[in-house]
Design a protein around this ligand. Structure first.
Ligand code: AMP
Ligand code: TRP
Length: 330
């Protein structure tokens, strides 16, 4: 069973797409059970805290619908996968509470995501974010969690909770495994040592899924490269061009060797133009489909409701088992 989630925050970019979503689509194969979730409760850690103040974000609802449309347009098939909104399945928050009662507090202190984000603001939600994520995964007894590299630590923590639950309460919950895509860490377009990120204040550092062809060409044109005219891969000495090569390889479905051979005698200008074209073509197909999906919002909402009903069926059964084993009257 494959489970993963994505937050409806900021602008989804090609890092999310190549690091996670495209892999989710690939994993939709006969015989696989796939559950994909828009984690709107996780997003509240961002959505309710704006400029260091607790505030209400007017866009949360539309961001959720827009992301749902993007995912379906990218190839998530709600008939094949269970596709739903986290807050529609109350069992997630319920299991989070139970986990918080068995989890030593110091386990959360080592989480790098919290350490990175807490400089800006600090709520209890941000601190216990990994518990909710562990609850998401445990609730469906996921075996594999396809996510980007930045989420690996969260999966490892989830395994620690599973081991604790299993040993303390005679449960037999599956230990989830981190599943890496071919692009686990896409870097910023202007700094090859920094992750491409939704929360980056500079829009030019990333390519958003909704960017127009013109924006894509402009951003790639302005992306950082070095003074070496040849195009070749060297992660340590040439992180920026190596990142662009990785993106090219992913969008073209060519191996790195094939890409390098193709551009051996070409200029960076040629390479960047072809790369822009590749990205723009794929994102344009997604944009067209997304537009159609958003034209029929009630159908989209109905699809999400049906997804949450399927998810709840699985979640409630697994939660009941945990509740019984920890001694609650069910
Ligand atoms: P988020 O936007 O934090 O909800 O992330 C959604 C998914 O995208 C997660 O699986 C992340 O690990 C993945 N992801 C985010 N940024 C990147 C990146 N720069 N490269 C690869 N994967 C990423
Ligand atoms: N924390 C993940 C991210 O920021 C999103 C997420 C929440 C998730 N719950 C999950 C991913 C469960 C995989 C499984 O990307």
């Amino acid at each position: 069973m494959y489970f993963s989630g994505i937050q409806p925050t900021g602008k989804m970019h090609i890092g999310n797409y190549l690091g996670a979503v495209r892999n989710w689509v690939k994993l939709q194969q006969p015989g696989n059970q796939n559950i994909y979730c828009i984690v709107d409760l996780h997003a509240l850690t961002d959505k309710l805290t704006i400029d260091h103040e607790i505030k209400f974000d007017q866009n949360t609802k539309s961001d959720t619908l827009s992301l749902a449309a993007t995912l379906i347009a990218s190839g998530i098939n709600p008939k094949q996968s269970v596709f739903f909104i986290q807050s529609h399945v109350p069992e997630h928050a319920e299991l989070q509470w139970i986990l918080s009662c068995i989890a030593p507090k110091n386990w959360l202190n080592k989480m790098t995501q919290y350490k990175d984000k807490k400089k800006e603001y600090s709520t209890l939600g941000l601190y216990t974010y990994p518990l909710l994520m562990a609850a998401d995964i445990i609730l469906y007894q996921a075996q594999y969690v396809p996510v980007g590299l930045d989420q690996k630590q969260h999966i490892e923590l989830t395994r620690d909770y599973v081991q604790r639950l299993n040993s303390l309460f005679k449960l037999n919950i599956v230990e989830p495994q981190y599943l890496e895509s071919t692009c686990p860490k896409i870097m910023s377009l202007r700094d090859g040592n920094k992750k491409m990120s939704k929360s980056d204040a500079i829009d030019g550092n990333r390519i958003n899924i909704d960017d127009s062809k013109e924006e894509i060409f402009e951003k790639i044109k302005r992306s950082k490269t070095d003074s070496i005219p040849q195009i070749y891969f060297d992660q340590d000495k040439r992180p920026e061009i190596s990142n662009l090569l990785r993106i090219y390889s992913a969008f073209s479905n060519l191996s790195m060797e094939q890409v390098i051979e193709k551009y051996l005698t070409k200029t960076t200008v040629d390479f960047k133009r072809d790369l822009s074209e590749l990205i723009a073509n794929e994102l344009n197909t997604i944009a067209q489909k997304k537009k159609q999906i958003l034209n029929n919002q009630s159908e989209l909402e109905q699809t999400l409701k049906e997804g949450s009903m399927k998810a709840r069926e699985i979640a409630s059964k697994n939660l009941k088992l945990i509740k019984e084993n920890i001694g609650l009257l069910v």
